[in-house]
Write a protein that binds this ligand. Structure first.
Ligand code: SF4
Ligand code: SF4
Length: 391
């Protein structure tokens, strides 16, 4: 079909499954703390996992399991086995706090080149306890899970499939950025991600705690330049716009030699890394396993990507992403609460016509808006809303 608003084959689909809102830990900064109690107890049921969403899986490039804590879903292991055996061409990504990512999971993850992302939230035990979750032994257990998985990947010459790790930056954790990057490099992780705590954004373009957060942003921007093509570091999400534009100019003007000198250890550790070469190696292995190809962009920005459509760069979310929740609603972006669509209205004879559901009138409107450069429904702080550059 020629209509640019209609998504027919959806072969590029990224499916984001919010498996459960339950979680086995209690991060101090958890954004889900304020969810209503009945929502926090919700998990996907088997009909949703194995029947209603079934037509989507073969169309997926990536199936991303999220939570709460995905591993807390009692069906999670069986479900991942099912996806891996029936839909081996798709890449599975699992986002987790790492506590339950134990040896039971390691072979399954390595055999199927699953992308594991762990919200590690600290470069060491005491920072984790002070700023994230004060439970004795938790960090050590997560770290042990990660270390033994990395050892297994090395044994199998699959280290390029090492997990990525992330941390939340707020006034209490800002001092840990450099050590976290050092940990990511020494541990041979795939990438590291930093999320600014949205409760510390004053919503007028500035940080609520500039004394701690401006130096943190400055450091990230400097490290981004130092690591450039070597190691993937993502943090450009929900940064107050004015802060970013001011500090960005300052960093752009700094000579590279000065930055390399300032971050000599990190620069040295990253010397042998290459985002392009590691991506090519993953592609080689994925291809040998019959998996669909993933571009560097699809890997590094699973759901925050632009595609070129109608000769302009457009956020790809409403064209190739489906985000599904346990309450049987779906949306098209992991960041937007609205619009959401009720699956029930598309169920006929026990199954869903996804071509119809994913091409409903409201989604057409969103696609039209995006193609005409209108992002009014989107989050301030989404880098794609700010970018949507025209060619
Ligand atoms: S792991 Fe995620 S869902 Fe669980 S408490 Fe931490 S931030 Fe919240
Ligand atoms: S908030 Fe809008 S621009 Fe940003 S990723 Fe979501 S749909 Fe795209």
């Amino acid at each position: 079909m020629d209509n640019p608003l209609y998504c027919s084959s959806m072969d590029e689909l990224v499916i984001l499954m919010n498996m459960t809102y339950k979680c086995n830990i209690m991060c101090k900064f958890c954004g889900q703390r304020n969810l209503p109690v009945e929502v926090k107890k919700m998990s996907m049921d088997n009909e949703l996992l194995y029947e209603l969403c079934l037509p989507l899986y073969e169309r997926a490039k990536m199936i991303w399991l999220n939570g709460g804590e995905a591993f807390c879903h009692p069906e999670c292991f069986n479900y991942v086995q099912f996806l891996s055996s029936k839909y081996p061409r798709s890449t599975i990504k699992i986002q987790s706090n790492g506590l339950l990512f134990d040896s039971k999971w390691h072979n399954l993850a390595a055999d199927n080149l699953i992308w594991i992302h762990i919200s590690l939230n600290g470069s060491n035990e005491s920072i984790y306890a002070d700023t994230c979750w004060d439970r004795e032994g938790a960090y050590a257990k997560i770290k042990q899970n990660l270390d033994s998985y990395i050892a297994l990947l090395k044994e199998r010459s699959l280290i390029v499939f090492a997990p990525s790790i992330s941390m939340v930056i707020n006034k209490d954790t800002a001092h840990d950025i450099e050590d976290f990057v050092l940990l990511a490099l020494t541990g041979q992780y795939r990438a590291c991600v930093f999320y600014f705590d949205s409760s510390e954004d004053d919503k007028t373009g500035y940080f609520r705690y500039p004394d701690a957060l401006r130096p943190a942003l400055l450091k990230l921007l400097k490290l981004e330049r130092v690591l450039a093509d070597k190691f993937s570091m993502f943090f450009r999400f929900r940064i107050p716009a004015t802060e970013l534009s001011l500090i960005e100019k300052e960093v752009e003007a700094m000579p590279m030699s000065k930055l390399i000198k300032e971050y000599a250890e990190i620069s040295e550790l990253a010397e042998k890394r290459s985002i392009k070469k590691e991506h090519e190696e993953r592609e080689r292995v994925r291809k040998a396993k019959g998996k669909k190809a993933l571009s560097i962009d699809e890997e590094s920005k699973t759901s925050l990507r632009q595609d070129k459509r109608d000769n302009k760069w457009v956020c790809s979310a409403p064209f190739n992403e489906i985000e599904i929740s346990p309450d049987r609603t779906f949306g098209f972006c992991c960041l937007l609460q609205r619009p959401r669509f009720d699956m029930v209205q598309y169920i006929k004879d026990g199954s869903i016509n996804w071509d119809e559901a994913y091409n409903n009138a409201a989604l057409f409107e969103v696609r039209k808006d995006f193609l005409e450069n209108r992002y009014h429904i989107c989050l301030e702080g989404c880098p794609l809303k700010a970018a949507n550059k025209q060619i």
